[in-house]
Design a protein around this ligand. Structure first.
Ligand SMILES: Nc1ncnc2c1ncn2[C@@H]1O[C@H](COP(=O)(O)OP(=O)(O)O)[C@@H](O)[C@H]1O
Ligand SMILES: [Mg+2]
Length: 333
């Protein structure tokens, strides 16, 4: 995007841009004439959804919870969105100084767990009267669709669809194991208590961030801040706990200490019961890493190395879940 386009979008928020840096496609750090920095980000969601996200965040923002979002009491935060010449929505939030949490620091992970617990707690109350965008019902279907997709890719390799490449050989050899994990996850869901939770969505649904993980927190002297809300939706809290555990552990050899720190933090704010743990286990057992590599998803290219990484990840999850079970026995309500 040209400098002029960035300036034009920022101008709609009353900001005169004197410098900007692209962070990623659709995200810019912009510096205003008064020296303030902001994040200007494309919001690839319909306007109605953006308005709901905004309402939920403004309703949930309270002293203990730190959300990197607009402050409607400030001039730059008065407006929710701007529209680009291509008709895309952009949001503006203050650029916060700080650092990303590190999964190597159990203190950081604990702080992230606390922040997530606070979001759920505040969001649960904030949702009253605005209960929408719920994904509570979608779990069985999502797992089924992903499993079928993997089946299709594996069948393709079996029909020699990828020829005799290392990728094809790997998929033919290990595909059945990946699918076993997927079936296991779906069996876990059936025995988890999910269907009884689902009958009372308003009792069990919370405001979920949707993609918790080290890159969506910023820590500084004032506290632990949450950002990047485009996946905000209503769900069972286990979904968010699963996301943050997955994102924090996947590149750290599924070291259970990391998850333990997150859960210890979360439980400072809200208790967890047996079904919550079973629901976390369900999602973790689904072979998401393999699924992402097989579908050659962003940042997960379909290569032999990617497949090896994914399979070794899936294999570590078994013992990891055993530890999660032991933890659940000790710490459920
Ligand atoms: N307001 C902000 N203050 C400080 N850092 C930010 C801010 N917005 C984004 N970032 C940094 O940019 C990265 C990407 O932004 P994010 O909104 O999470 O986009 P993505 O959807 O690509 O994950 C974040 O991980 C964070 O490090
Ligand atoms: Mg992010």
């Amino acid at each position: 995007m040209s400098e002029q386009s960035v300036s034009n979008i920022a101008k709609q928020f009353g900001i005169k841009v004197v410098g900007h840096k692209q962070i990623r496609k659709g995200i810019f750090r912009v510096i205003a004439r008064n020296g303030q920095s902001y994040s200007l980000k494309r919001m690839p969601k319909p306007l109605a959804r953006l308005k709901w996200i905004d309402r939920m965040l403004l309703r949930s923002n309270n002293k203990g919870l730190r959300l990197v979002w607009r402050n409607p009491q400030t001039p730059a935060g008065a407006k929710l969105y701007a529209v680009s010449s291509k008709n895309e929505l952009y949001v503006l939030t203050p650029w916060l100084a700080g650092r990303l949490p590190s999964p190597r620091s159990l203190g950081d992970m604990r702080a992230c767990g606390i922040a997530l617990g606070r979001l759920h707690k505040a969001g649960h109350n904030g949702l009253k009267g605005y209960f929408s965008y719920s994904q509570i019902d979608t779990w069985p279907r999502t797992l089924q669709v992903r499993q079928r997709y993997m089946q299709k890719k594996i069948a393709q390799a079996n029909r020699k669809g990828y020829g005799n490449t290392a990728i094809a050989v790997f998929i033919r050899r290990h595909g059945p194991e990946m699918l076993r994990y997927a079936s296991k996850a779906r069996a876990l869901l059936r025995s988890s208590g999910y269907f009884s939770y689902r009958k009372r969505p308003r009792a069990h649904g919370v405001l979920c961030h949707g993609d918790g993980g080290p890159s969506n927190f910023i820590m500084n002297a004032k506290g632990t801040n949450l950002l990047d809300f485009e996946t905000l939706h209503v769900d069972l809290r286990a979904y968010d706990l699963y996301r943050i555990i997955y994102n924090s552990c996947k590149d750290h050899k599924w070291n259970f200490k990391i998850a333990e720190a997150i859960l210890n933090g979360y439980r400072r704010i809200a208790k967890l019961n047996k079904t919550d743990y079973k629901l976390i286990r369900t999602w973790l057992r689904f072979p998401l890493s393999s699924y992402l590599v097989l579908s050659s998803f962003n940042r997960f290219p379909l290569t032999e190395k990617g497949l090896r990484w994914a399979l070794s990840s899936e294999r570590r999850i078994g013992p990891f879940l055993q530890k999660l079970d032991n933890y659940a026995t000790k710490h459920s309500r």
